[in-house]
Ligand binder design. Structure first.
Ligand code: B12
Ligand code: SF4
Length: 500
């Protein structure tokens, strides 16, 4: 079967500082797998390629079109693409992390012939083999389609596949590899690669239980290293950000990576996201010695009431020792917290701010709680009438999953959230990126400016003005809230610390 997999473009109206590039790794993996099994899959990434849809149709003559949906930020482009191909009677299948959690809405609006749930490779292969043999795609596991009475019909789920069957991803499927590289912390030419999928956690704000069934699966180290080697030798990649939800849980897994890197003579700078409690000081030192320069920890809530709401089950006694160990080793640490949990009180928020400030870390990332479909907290805010769930794709888009304060969730005034979040952002932007005197001041600000300028390449003329104005407005509003509300800072006990 001839398949065209399309990564849709961001909504040009979205905040452009969020306009990051990254390989469409899910589509790449699906296309690689299909091609290895005798199909003919191509990828078009509309972040860069804005050829008219008619010319894509003429060029690729697809028998099936696949669209990736990992957030609500690409909904306008998804609507345009699906309308075009469905009118031409070419089946459109949509998948990806976000699509998997909102299949009912996609199907109700007839934006896809079917929605693929979860990990896509095997389901796509089964679908393409079935279609090639003249069979009924509705018999395939892992999909949702519209039943005779207009209701969504879920087929039995597809078991997770053995990731070693995937093999290394074929990056020759993308014509412009270099365009995806980004600066990351103080390092350059970073690309996202992964060693594992899924996570064992069950945080109440996350869709992991629905999507990954709380199962973590590991792929062979050599497949990832083959990819890294290819990208370094042929395209000059220098840095890897491991895209794993939960990197390097076991010592054996980590040591296998280091051993194979040494044996194969492959070295690059890298960073990863993992969980507090996984790493002891000697592990952090070992990571550093093997090229790791930053670690991201999702803490998300201080110990106590909010930790229970988040259902993260962190060993809080290990938070400070882990971050101290990072400091001693010289590893950049970044920890993230969520504001505006359902029923958060002013005292809860004060506790969060104080706890965050007590942590020996360089960066403190903050997010407003976003009610992601198919997560426990989404169900709670809907059940309690705190959130009116979006019913159409347009409403989903407007619902701005990230960066939005839902006033109904907590008693903390919106302006307090804006001020305190701005304070942490200003602090991060102007912080020194090292614990020693060697550090660079305002490293994060320069990184953000570099990324914004790089992302201008992906914009068309009419979008450029907006792309300049939106980050400028975002920066100025953070400076305003971050600097001009000393009483709010006092209310929550916030004090700037630019050298940590
Ligand atoms: C790298 C990454 C990015 C990169 C590249 C994204 C991309 N195009 O793949 C960049 C930096 C651009 C990015 C941006 C954003 N991201 Co992001 N990102 C990730 C990250 C860390 C890794 C994704 C990855 O490469 N995985 C490896 C590949 C192999 O797996 P996969 O992408 O999941 O693909 C599989 C399935 O999803 C499925 N699938 C995927 N696409 C399709 C398409 C079809 C047709 C089918 C059938 C199946 C299918 O099959 C694939 C193969 O198994 C994940 C976290 C994670 N570890 O999953 C977050 C994650 C996907 N991002 C997320 C978010 C929220 C965002 C942003 C909104 C962030 C922001 N504030 O701007 C934007 C949205 C961008 C957009 N285009 O909509 C969320 C999505 C949450 C959700 N419920 O959907 C995640 C899960 C992080 C999280 N836990 O919150 N992201
Ligand atoms: S640790 Fe991260 S990926 Fe795992 S369940 Fe929690 S939020 Fe989701």
């Amino acid at each position: 079967m001839r398949v065209l997999l399309i990564n849709p473009n961001y909504d040009p109206k979205s905040l452009s500082y969020q306009r990051m590039t990254g390989f469409p790794s899910g589509l790449l993996s699906i296309a690689t797998y299909l091609n290895r099994h005798g199909h003919e899959a191509s990828i078009v990434d509309r972040t860069f390629n804005r050829d008219p849809l008619q010319s894509l149709l003429d060029q690729y003559t697809p028998q099936v079109v696949g669209l990736s949906m990992i957030s609500n930020m690409t909904i306008p482009d998804i609507i345009e693409i699906s309308e075009f191909f469905m009118k031409k009677k070419i089946p459109v299948y949509i998948g990806g992390t976000y699509a998997s959690t909102v299949p009912e809405i996609i199907l109700r609006e007839k934006r896809a012939d079917l929605v693929i749930q979860g990990e896509g490779e095997q389901i796509w292969l089964n679908l393409m083999d079935t279609l090639a043999a003249g069979g009924d795609p509705h018999t395939v596991r892992g999909i949702v389609y519209t039943g005779e009475n207009g209701e969504p019909v879920f087929t039995e789920s597809e078991p997770f596949m053995d990731l070693s069957l995937l093999g290394p991803t074929d990056y020759t499927l993308l014509p412009n590899i270099k365009d995806y590289f980004q600066p990351c912390y103080r390092y350059d030419k970073m690309a996202y690669l992964y060693l594992s999928k899924g996570c064992i956690g069950n945080c109440s704000f996350c869709f992991n239980e629905y999507f990954h069934k709380c199962k973590r699966r590991v792929r062979p180290v050599d497949h990832m290293l083959d990819e890294a080697e290819y990208l370094m030798k042929n395209h000059g990649m220098e840095t890897v950000y491991f895209a794993d939800e939960l990197w390097g849980v076991s010592k054996a897994e980590r040591q296998e990576l280091y051993r194979r890197m040494k044996e194969r003579g492959i070295s690059f700078i890298w960073g990863a996201q993992t969980r507090i409690g996984v790493l002891k000081k000697e592990d952090i030192q070992e990571m550093y010695d093997n090229g790791c320069r930053w670690v991201f920890f999702g803490i998300e809530a201080p110990p106590g009431h909010l930790a229970e709401v988040a259902n993260k089950h962190l060993p809080y006694d290990k938070v400070k020792p882990t971050l101290e160990a990072c400091r001693e080793v010289g590893m950049i640490s970044n920890v993230s917290f969520i504001f505006n949990y359902p029923h958060e009180t002013v005292q809860d928020f004060r506790d969060t701010v104080q706890y965050m400030q007590s942590l020996p870390t360089i960066y403190l990332s903050t997010h407003f709680f976003a009610p992601f479909e198919k997560s426990a907290l989404y169900d709670l805010v809907v059940r309690e009438g705190l959130y009116d769930p979006p019913k159409t794709l347009q409403e989903l888009r407007e619902g701005a999953l990230v960066e939005k304060i839902h006033s109904s969730f907590s008693e903390v005034p919106d302006r307090d959230y804006l001020v305190i979040r701005a304070c942490f952002m200003v602090q991060d932007l102007f912080s020194r990126d090292d614990y020693s005197k060697k550090g660079k001041n305002a490293a994060f600000l320069w990184e953000a400016i570099k990324i914004t300028l790089m992302n201008y390449r992906t914009l068309h003329f009419g979008e450029s003005m907006r792309a300049i104005l939106i980050p400028a407005k975002f920066f100025l509003s953070n400076m305003y809230y971050g600097l001009f509300f000393p009483r709010t800072r006092k209310k929550y006990g916030f004090k700037y610390q630019f050298k940590r």
